[in-house]
Design a protein around this ligand. Structure first.
Ligand code: 2BA
Length: 108
């Protein structure tokens, strides 16, 4: 058995969990914080049989793929007016995935 630990963006979590559950995977969702940006993200842990690891990762690829998003930067005090509310392109989505060996799995 393997344990998949997948760190994803908040906005992808509902679709990822829905698709994982629909495919028969059990998922635990943890509210986490990235150490670099200090912003909220979500960590999903999924215990799977070894032969199902690729199927689960494909679901993460489908639901959490990186894409470009246009956002309006928030107005900030002191910023030149020309910079305020200017749309900027940012990366959204993506997943950081670890796959670990599980020595023992029990459900009691
Ligand atoms: P990503 O590399 O896509 O990482 C997204 C989040 O995944 C990270 O959030 C962290 O929560 C987790 N993560 C990534 N790699 C990990 C690892 N090896 N071990 C444990 N957790 C891991 P943040 O730490 O807030 O980082 C957000 C983004 O900032 C990163 O996106 C990366 O593009 C950048 N970044 C992170 N650390 C950096 C550093 N030391 N220098 C420059 N840029 C960094």
């Amino acid at each position: 058995m393997k344990l998949i630990i997948s760190i994803i963006h908040n906005e992808d979590v509902n679709k990822a969990i829905t698709d994982l559950n629909t495919a028969g995977f059990s998922v635990t969702k943890l509210a986490t914080t990235g150490g670099f940006l200090r912003a909220g993200n979500v960590t999903l842990i999924v215990g799977v049989e070894e032969e199902k690891v690729d199927e689960a990762i494909k679901i993460f690829e489908k639901t959490c793929s990186t894409r470009k998003k246009i956002m309006v930067s928030p107005m900030s005090v002191g910023m030149a007016e020309i910079m305020s509310n200017r749309p900027i392109e940012v990366d959204a989505g993506g997943a950081t995935i670890f796959v670990l060996d599980v020595d023992r799995f029990e459900k009691i």
